[in-house]
Design a protein around this ligand. Structure first.
Ligand SMILES: NC(=O)c1ccc[n+]([C@@H]2O[C@H](COP(=O)([O-])OP(=O)(O)OC[C@H]3O[C@@H](n4cnc5c(N)ncnc54)[C@H](O)[C@@H]3O)[C@@H](O)[C@H]2O)c1
Length: 418
């Protein structure tokens, strides 16, 4: 078996982490046990490019139980948990190609190693695997039945491919499931982003001016949790509806120029480029902290920082201090890569439970229905999304009411008024 991990001897620690995460993933565990009975993925090769974490390990194990042959590489050079990667290789015979801190060349050579397995289903978080298939590995396209995409930025890239007519196989946009973005993006990113900032800075959040750039699903979560830690939260938005929403949720809303002089910590989570750019970096206060939780390391203008600084000091793990030409210190966390996965461990298992239940059932859907799917980006089928919500509630011991026949009729009629 081919693989490339940092050190196989880390497997023992990795296995404990995988089992610990698995304790909090009851929906995925249920799917795994169903898979073990019916083996719906028998014969399928699944090539996955995801953050190599203990939660992802549980997904890989579930797919294998379903009969699939799986291969895994990282969807970000900094998010790999080396001990988890080692355990997947040593304890579960799953080929992994991922090393935390790998350079760009190794990152893409690892993607190519997974593609060498000739996957029938591609699984992405950010669309780097599928874009490699569509650019340098086009000979593989005819072998692929379909793919899944985990995150907002990946879905945007794939919809752009669909619109330009270059998408060569069907995709299920896992991010669009309610059981994904309502919870993973909001509560997962909310908590783990604060975790990453704390681990890399050990700063007190209480009393700080905490600027959240982007008030989407993730931004709402970060703003909510930063306020919970006692910060005064400022929101920057370009969407007027979301700006009003942030204001009515009780946050200060302003533009970048105004926020530049006010903020202590800036956190971007937009999926857009240079949102912490010159307008903030040229006038922010001395010792400002800047971090990103959006998918790519494009959100902080690192080129501007490099050009306008005299040196960079590595102060702590995952904290680099740029000494600007005017003497100000600007502290960049996790090299501008997503701070929750670079400096912490990513989302807690309990939310990844639903995200990865969507992944597992979407792979099954593609494998069983590939003949009827077109070269489009599809939402997760409604029945899958709902099944996951019901299973999650059950696992939490929560019972909810059902609509009565009378209520159903009322909700679908127009005749009854005042
Ligand atoms: N860190 C993680 O673990 C994690 C988890 C899920 C998603 N993501 C990523 O986070 C990013 C955001 O995802 P989302 O689901 O919240 O997306 P979203 O579309 O719900 O929200 C993004 C928001 O950013 C705003 N925005 C865009 N450009 C802006 C600018 N220049 N200034 C201010 N605001 C701007 C948009 O108007 C929008 O409201 C994506 O890159 C996504 O892939 C990261």
């Amino acid at each position: 078996m081919n693989f490339d991990v940092r050190d196989e001897n880390l497997a023992k620690e990795g296995r404990k982490k995988i089992e610990w995460a698995g304790n909090d993933m009851p929906v995925l565990a249920k799917i795994k046990s169903d898979f073990a009975g019916s083996r719906p993925l028998k014969g399928a090769v699944v090539g996955a490019c995801l953050h190599v974490t203990s939660e992802t390990a549980n997904l890989m194990i579930a797919l294998k139980e379903g009969g699939a042959q799986v291969g895994l590489c990282a969807s970000n050079p900094l998010s790999t948990q080396d001990d988890v990667a080692a355990s997947l290789v040593k304890d579960f015979d799953i080929p992994v190609f991922a090393i935390k801190g790998e350079d760009n060349k190794t990152y893409y050579s690892h993607i190519n190693s997974v593609l060498d397995m000739r996957p029938h289903v591609s699984m992405d978080d950010g669309a780097d695997l599928i874009s490699t298939v569509h650019s340098t590995r086009r000979e593989l396209i005819e072998n692929v039945l379909g793919g899944t995409e985990e995150t907002t930025t990946g879905v945007i890239r794939l919809k752009s491919m669909e619109k330009k007519g270059v998408l060569r196989y069907p995709i299920i946009a896992v991010n669009e499931a309610k059981t994904k973005h309502f919870f993973d993006n909001r509560y997962g990113t909310g908590q783990s982003t604060i975790d990453g900032i704390l681990r890399s800075t050990n700063m007190l959040i209480a009393g700080k001016k905490f600027v959240v750039v982007g008030y989407g699903w993730c931004g709402k979560g970060v703003a909510m949790r930063a306020r919970g830690m006692g910060a005064n939260v400022i929101v920057l938005e370009v969407d007027p509806f979301r700006a009003i929403e942030a204001k009515m949720d009780g946050f200060e809303v302003m533009n970048a120029k105004q926020a530049a002089r006010a903020g202590d910590i800036f956190l971007s989570v937009t999926g857009n480029i240079n949102v912490i750019g010159e307008s903030i970096l040229s006038s922010c206060r001395d010792n400002t902290v800047v971090a990103n939780s959006g998918h790519f390391d494009a959100e902080i203008d690192l080129k501007y920082l490099k050009k306008n600084s005299t040196k960079v000091i590595k102060v702590r793990p995952f904290l680099e201090q740029y000494i600007m030409k005017d003497g100000r210190r600007i502290n960049v966390l996790a090299e501008g890569r997503l701070v929750n996965l670079g400096a912490a461990e990513g989302h807690p298992a309990s939310v990844m439970d639903m995200s990865f239940a969507n992944q597992a059932l979407s792979v099954q859907h593609i494998y069983e229905n590939s003949g009827s799917l077109e070269k489009k980006v599809y939402a997760v089928p409604e029945h899958i999304d709902k099944k996951i919500a019901v299973l999650k509630l059950e696992s939490m011991g929560i019972k909810i009411d059902r609509l009565t026949v009378q209520q159903k009729k009322y909700l679908s009629s127009w005749e009854l008024g005042t």
